[in-house]
Design a protein around this ligand. Structure first.
Ligand code: NAP
Length: 314
């Protein structure tokens, strides 16, 4: 089996490449850069095991050339400016990377009569606040440039599946973490910050609104879910989540407690770190993935925190 992975250097891309390689697949990873950051590949021990290539996801000719050269059976589109916070500061880049990249890839696949499967990395941000645990049919109210772009791309993937019969599908992923998260993401910032506080009592960790609540899962498990969705007999978009929601304050308190610290002694709440519009509560409904694919998240927020800390302090 041959797979093409866009966004192969990111958290999910790196874990997905490792998973595919372990299954014996030939993996071609695509990065925007001819000198990609392979730190995560090195940590995972997969450097040199996959072929790396460079392409601009928004360039029709470049992507067509890739499809023709590699003839993949599976394509994963994980490339994106993936930070919600940054999307408020860089909305155009965020839109381009997500919407234009997605439609370009779908259009190349249609043009090339691609008869394999194509996965799009959707996001729970499309729902906005979730009064009830969300599934793919829940009302959507994107509240950031990132969420708007993911919402439009989710719709576009559906249209290409329904109107053109393309084998494309979206996994709508709730937050998922690993030690390979970029340090700009809040969960990583909290774990790194708490560890620093343990050694440096003068260090203050600055955070924004701790009342927001999220459904946090473990990235490695979500990689398995993506592949189940992609390889199903009947393609159906699915929400991937744990079904448990906790506040950011819960997350912070638990991380500090695991390190025998009281977060109140080390954290400053900073107004400027609040987002212009913020989702207050976000949780998914895990039942459809269990019914359709027998998949359920084994680690919820407590398991995620324990795993992050045990990785940081082996
Ligand atoms: P990530 O670590 O930020 O990786 C995304 C990759 O996309 C980067 O390694 C980068 O690869 C590429 N990229 C970054 N900026 C880009 C831009 N402006 N244009 C084109 N490509 C760009 O993200 P992740 O956490 O692995 O997430 C993977 C996908 O799932 C993303 O689409 C994300 O939006 C989505 N998602 C993630 C979560 C989560 O909790 N992690 C939740 C829901 C959805 P190169 O620099 O090598 O090109």
């Amino acid at each position: 089996m041959k797979a093409l992975v866009f966004g192969c250097t990111g958290q999910d891309g790196s874990l997905l490449c490792r998973s595919l390689l372990r299954q014996g697949a030939t993996v071609v990873g695509v990065s925007r850069s001819s000198n990609p950051n392979l730190a995560t590949h090195q940590q995972l021990g997969i450097t040199g095991d996959l072929e790396l290539t460079t392409a601009d996801l928004c360039d029709f000719r470049e992507i067509l050339e890739l499809m023709t050269r590699y003839q993949p059976e599976e394509i994963y589109n994980l490339a994106a400016q993936s930070s919600v916070g940054l999307s408020f500061r860089q909305p155009v880049d965020t839109f381009n990377s997500i919407i234009n990249g997605t439609i370009n890839l779908l259009e190349v696949a249609r043009f090339a009569d691609f008869n394999g499967r194509l996965y799009f990395a959707g996001s729970s941000e499309i729902f906005g606040n979730t009064p009830r645990p969300a599934d793919v049919r829940s009302p959507r109210q994107p509240l950031s440039p990132y969420a708007i772009a993911k919402d439009a791309s989710f719709n576009t993937v559906q249209v290409y599946r329904q109107a053109y019969g393309l084998g494309c599908v979206t996994g709508v992923l709730f937050n998922h973490e690993s030690p390979y998260r970029s340090s700009t993401f809040v969960t990583r910032k909290i774990v790194d910050g708490a560890l620093r506080c343990r050694h440096d009592s003068r260090f203050r960790l600055q955070l924004g609104d701790l009342s927001v609540a999220r459904d946090w899962g473990w990235a490695e498990e979500y990689i398995d879910a993506m592949q189940l969705i992609l390889r199903a007999d009947c393609l159906e978009d699915q929400v991937i989540c744990t079904g448990r929601m906790e506040t950011l304050e819960y997350f912070v308190a638990r991380v500090f407690r695991e390190l025998d610290l009281d977060w109140h002694d080390h954290v400053d709440l900073v107004e400027s770190l609040r987002r212009p519009s913020e989702i207050l509560s976000s949780v998914g409904d895990p039942a459809p993935m269990l019914e359709r694919h027998g998949w359920r998240a084994r680690l919820d927020v407590d398991g995620v925190i324990a795993a992050l800390i045990s990785h940081a302090c082996p």
